[in-house]
Design a protein around this ligand. Structure first.
Ligand SMILES: [Zn+2]
Length: 109
């Protein structure tokens, strides 16, 4: 009977770990845009930071829709849904307007 209870506790712990992993993944995606399904796999190797930044056209097959970073809010959006205004990329037209309305552009960050 104790084994059963132990299994239940293990299940909850596993779910909690998954949630934590997912959050770490979202944070790691700010560094490199890895659009993959590493959710239902191993619990290790979710965070890789030895990838570097300049991985533009390496051996990895380039995605048809790479993620780009919004210059206003920092959210990553697919390129097809992004808006390019004055060399800056935005997730929506609203942010492009906000960014253009700023006096100098980058004083907050
Ligand atoms: Zn935005």
């Amino acid at each position: 009977m104790r084994n059963f209870i132990f299994l239940i506790v293990l299940f909850f712990v596993f779910q909690w770990l998954l949630k934590k992993l997912r959050r770490a993944n979202e944070r790691a995606q700010q560094g490199d845009a890895q659009a993959g399904g590493a959710t239902a796999g191993g619990a290790s190797g979710a965070r890789r930071t030895n990838h570097g930044n300049g991985a533009a056209s390496h051996d990895a097959p380039q995605l048809a829709d790479p993620l780009i970073r919004c210059a206003q809010c920092g959210v990553h959006t697919p390129r097809s849904e992004s808006i390019v205004v004055a060399g800056q990329r935005f997730c929506c037209a609203d942010h492009a307007r906000h960014y253009a309305a700023r006096p100098t552009g980058r004083d907050a960050r």
